[in-house]
Ligand binder design. Structure first.
Ligand code: GAL
Length: 415
C-alpha cells in the first residue's frame, strides 16, 4: 500500500475514533428546574463541567412546579424506552414505588460503597431511596414543606403578628380583611393548595397522627381527619380566589408586593427570594413553621438516579459522584434554599434561612411530605389533586375524607 494512502487511512481511522469519543461524551440531565428554579442546578452542572470538560451537558428541563409536567413527560419517555440519562425524582415512594419496582433503575449500592456514602447521608434518607436491599438514587438536597413566609415590615404596618396556630390564623385573617387585605393567605396552583392541607393535617393530627395516615393506622374517615378538611375549608376562605392560575413564584410575589400577608410554601421559596429576588433573609422576607407545626419538619428530598438502558452510563455515574459530593451539595443548596442531604456540609456557605433549617433538621421530629413524594405512594399523591379540586369548590369535608380513604385503599396504603 502506498505510504500516502496508508497515512490517509490512519488519519481517517483516528478522526473516526475522535468523533466517536466526542459523540459518547454527553449526558442528558432531566428535571423541572427551569427558569427561576434553575440557578442551583446550573451551579452543579458548572462544577460537573469543570471536572469533565469534554462532556456536553444537555440540561433538559420541563417547566412546572413540583414536577407536575415533568413527571408526565418522564413517564412517556420511560414507557417508550427512551429514558433520560439521569432524572430528578423525589426520595421516597415517588421513585421506589414506580420505576424501582418496575425494575427500570440500576442499583447504586456499589457507588455508595466506592464513595463511602453510607456514613455521609442520614440513614432515614437512605432508607427512603432503598428497596429490597438496593439503593436507587442520590439525594442532592433536603427541602422543608411546612414553612410560612411573610415580610416583617408589612406585618408591622398592619399591626399583626405571626399566627402560631390555625385558629389564630383565622383570627389574623379577619383582622387583615378588615384592614383591606382581601386575601391574607396567598395560594397558587393545585399542588401548592395541597401543601396547605398537608400543613394543617400535620398540625392537627400531630406528627404521629400524620405518619399513621400513611401506615394505615389512621383512617381518613376518622373525625379527626374530617376536622382537618373542615379547617382547610375555613383557611381557603382566607385565600385568593385565583389560586389555580398562579405559579408558586407568582404566589410568593404577592407576599413580597404586600398584596397578601402569608404564603405556605417549601423552602425553595427562600432560594427564589434570595437568589432571584436578591432579598435579605430576616428583613426582605422572614419565615416561621406553618401554624401548629413548630418542632416538626415535613421533609422531602430531590434525588437523581440511573435508569436502566441510559445511553451515557459512565457520564451518569460521574454526574452522580459530583452531585453526592460535599462540594456538589455545597454548590447547589445555598442557591436552592434547601440544605444538603449530606451531614457534613459547610454551613458557613449558607444563608440565615438555611442555617435555621439545618438546626431544625437536627432537632425536630421529621415526617415525610405527601405532596412531594416522601410519605405516600405516587398513586395516592397524583389522585389527591382531584380530591383537592373537588373540595375547593364544594367545601364538603366528609366527602373529601371519604374520597381520600377510597384513594388510600386503592393505593393499598397500610396493606
Ligand atoms: C418540589 C421540588 C423542589 C422544587 C419545588 C417547586 O417538588 O422538590 O426542589 O423544585 O418542587 O418546583
Amino acid at each position: 500500500m502506498k505510504k500516502s494512502i496508508k497515512n490517509a487511512l490512519v488519519i481517517t481511522a483516528a478522526l473516526g475514533l475522535t468523533a466517536q469519543a466526542l459523540a459518547a461524551n454527553k449526558i442528558e440531565i432531566f428535571s423541572w428546574w427551569a427558569g427561576d428554579e434553575g440557578p442551583a442546578l446550573a451551579a452543579l452542572i458548572k462544577l460537573y463541567e469543570q471536572k469533565y470538560p469534554t462532556v456536553k451537558v444537555d440540561n433538559a428541563t420541563v417547566t412546572g412546579g413540583a414536577g407536575t409536567n415533568a413527571k408526565a413527560v418522564l413517564k412517556t419517555r420511560m414507557l417508550g424506552g427512551d429514558p433520560p440519562d439521569s432524572f430528578q425524582a423525589h426520595a421516597g415512594q415517588e421513585l421506589t414505588g414506580t420505576w424501582v419496582v418496575a425494575d427500570r433503575m440500576e442499583d447504586l449500592s456499589s457507588l455508595y460503597k466506592s464513595e463511602g456514602w453510607a456514613s455521609k447521608f442520614p440513614k432515614a434518607v437512605i432508607d427512603l431511596i432503598s428497596y429490597k436491599g438496593g439503593i436507587y438514587s442520590v439525594p442532592v438536597d433536603v427541602h422543608r414543606s411546612n414553612v410560612m413566609w411573610y415580610v416583617p415590615a408589612n406585618l408591622k404596618k398592619w399591626g399583626v403578628s405571626v399566627p402560631k396556630t390555625w385558629a389564630e390564623m383565622l383570627t389574623t385573617c379577619n383582622t387583615l380583611k378588615a384592614k383591606g387585605v382581601a386575601a391574607p393567605l396567598v395560594m397558587g396552583e393545585n399542588w401548592t393548595q395541597q401543601m396547605v392541607w398537608e400543613s394543617i393535617a400535620t398540625a392537627m393530627l400531630g406528627p404521629q397522627g400524620w405518619n399513621n395516615l400513611w401506615n394505615g393506622k389512621l383512617k381518613f374517615t376518622d373525625p379527626k381527619v374530617v376536622d382537618t378538611f373542615t379547617m382547610y375549608g375555613k383557611v381557603l376562605d382566607c385565600a385568593n380566589k385565583d389560586a389555580s392560575g398562579l405559579s408558586w413564584q407568582q404566589a410568593t410575589d404577592r407576599v413580597l408586593s404586600g398584596q397578601s400577608a402569608f404564603n405556605i410554601m417549601g423552602d425553595w421559596a427562600a432560594g427564589y427570594m434570595t437568589t432571584t429576588k436578591k432579598l435579605k433573609p430576616g428583613t426582605g422576607f422572614a419565615w416561621s413553621p406553618s401554624p401548629g407545626t413548630s418542632g416538626t419538619f415535613i421533609m422531602l428530598a430531590d434525588s437523581f438516579g440511573l435508569p436502566k438502558g441510559a445511553k451515557d452510563r459512565t457520564e451518569v455515574l460521574n454526574w452522580l459522584k459530583v452531585l453526592g459530593s460535599k462540594e456538589g451539595q455545597d454548590a447547589f443548596n445555598p442557591l436552592k434554599g434547601s440544605i444538603a442531604a449530606r451531614t457534613d456540609s459547610n454551613l458557613s456557605k449558607y444563608g440565615a434561612y438555611s442555617r435555621s433549617a439545618a438546626k431544625d433538621w437536627k432537632s425536630n421530629t421529621i415526617v415525610g411530605s405527601m405532596v412531594h413524594g416522601a410519605a405516600a405512594p405516587e398513586s395516592f399523591t397524583s389522585g389527591f389533586g382531584s380530591i383537592n379540586d373537588a373540595f375547593v369548590s364544594s367545601h364538603d369535608a366528609k366527602a373529601a375524607a371519604q374520597a381520600s380513604q377510597d384513594l388510600a385503599t386503592q393505593a393499598r396504603i397500610g396493606m
